[in-house]
Ligand binder design. Structure first.
Ligand code: FES
Length: 104
């Protein structure tokens, strides 16, 4: 494993089309399985502090449950307002059946 990568989950923990929040060192991250490809982003919506794990996955977009902002999980780009700040996304790698993200 490369330095700086943190284990988020095992691949078997999250089925295709599923999302979940993972807490690491007091901070929440969103883990998503999009067609077998895993994405990791901050869990809090950039509009207000609501967990995006309560939202829904639409392809590689996550839709916030509160006001409907949508973010691209690959780039963090805002696809639908009212949010105007991009979501922070993290590099992901798979190793030995586990999902790792380079958090900082
Ligand atoms: S809190 Fe997410 S869109 Fe408003």
């Amino acid at each position: 494993m490369q330095t700086g990568y943190q284990k988020m989950a095992s691949i078997v923990d999250l089925g295709v089309g599923e999302i979940k929040r993972v807490d690491i060192n007091g901070r929440g991250y969103l883990l998503a399985n999009v067609e077998g490809e895993f994405f990791v982003a901050d869990d809090l919506c950039t509009h207000e502090d609501v967990s995006l794990a309560l939202g829904c996955l639409k392809g590689e977009w996550i839709k916030c449950s509160l006001h409907g902002s949508q973010f691209n999980l690959r780039t963090g780009e805002v696809m639908e307002e009212p949010a105007d700040e991009p979501l922070r996304v993290y590099p992901v790698k798979i190793e030995d059946g586990d999902v790792f993200a380079k958090l900082d």
